[in-house]
Design a protein around this ligand. Sequence first.
Ligand SMILES: [Zn+2]
Length: 362
Amino acid sequence: MRRQPQNSPRFFLLALCLLAPDRLAAQPQSIFTEASLPVFELHSGFWINLHHTLYHEARQRTAPGPREATADRASAPTTKTAPAAKVPLTAAEQKAWDEAVGYYSGNYANKDLLFTTELIELKDQLGYFEDCDELSGRKRKFCDAGLPPRLTQILEAVAPVYRAHFWPEHDQANRRWILRVAPLVREQGVGLSERLADIYQTRWPHEKIRVDVVAYANWTGAYTTVDPLRVTISSLDQRNQGPQALEVLFHEGSHGIAEAVQTAIIRECRQRDKPIPRDLWHALVFYTTGEVIRTVLASSSATQGDKGGSVPGNGYSAYAVREGLYQRGWKNYLDLLQRFWQPYLDGKASFDDAIARMVSAL
Ligand SMILES: [Zn+2]
C-alpha cells in the first residue's frame, strides 16, 4: 500500500484544523469517539468496522483452522451471506457484498491481522480516515486514503450496503461497549496505568492509546499493533464483556510497555543456556493484568462497601482463568508466576530476581 506523506497523522491533524468548519457543516460520516477518558481514546469508526467485518466474512467462507473455529463459535454468529442482516439485501446489494467478500477472500483471508504488515497498515489507515465518507478523495482531496485503487473501489461500492444493513447494529454494540467500560476507565484508568508501568519498569505512553472498537476483531477477540500503538477490540465477543472488558483494555495496552519482560527473560535464558520459553512473557502479562485489576477492583468495592455497585469485588475472575488459558498449556507457567512473580508484585522481590528465579526453575 502506498503511504503518502499527506496521510501521516501529523498532516492529518493539520489538515483537520484547516478543514474543520467545512467538514463539520458537511457531517460526512457518523462516528463516535470517547476522547474524554484518561489513558485510552475509544473509537467506533465506520471504515475500520467495515474492513474487519469483510475480513471476518471472508475467513468464514474459507475454511478456518480448528482453533479459530472454536474461538469464533464462542464469539460471533456466522452466516453464509452476510452478518445478521435483518432486511434482505437486494440483488445489487448482494452482488456488491459478495464482490467485496470475494476480494477479501482472495487477498487477505489467508493473512493474519496481527502479523501482516499490509493488514496492519490498512487497518491504521482506515482509522485515520474514519470521518471521511469516501476513500478516493474524489469529492475531497483530503479523503484520499492512498489505498490500492481496486480496494478503494471495492470499499466505496460496498459501503452503502454495510451502512444500510449492518453498521447501525455494529455501531450501537460498539457504543454500548464503550459506555459500559468508560466509568471503570475514568475511575481506575490512571492508577492502573501507573501501577502497570511501575511493574514493567517503564512509563505508560504519554499519549492516550487509540482503541478501535469493532464488531469483529481477530480470532482472539482483541489484538494490538505497535508503531503506532493501536488496540482493536471486538464489542460482540463474549470474552470481552463485563468487568473483563477493563482487563482486556489494559492487557492489550500492556503489549506496548511489557518489552522489559521479554528482554529480561531472553537475557536470563542466554546466561543459563536454556531455550527461550514460548509465550512465558505473554502468560506473565495475562497474569499481571489479571492480578492488578483484581486487586484494584477488590479494594474499590471494599471502599464502596461492596453494596452491589457497578464494580465487582473479590469474586473477580481474571481473564486467563475464566478462559482456561493456563489449563491449555500454561499450567507450568502459572506455577512459576505464583511462586516467583507474585512476590515481586507484592513488593517482596526485585524484578530481576523474580525473572531470574522463574527462568532457572524452567
Ligand atoms: Zn496479549
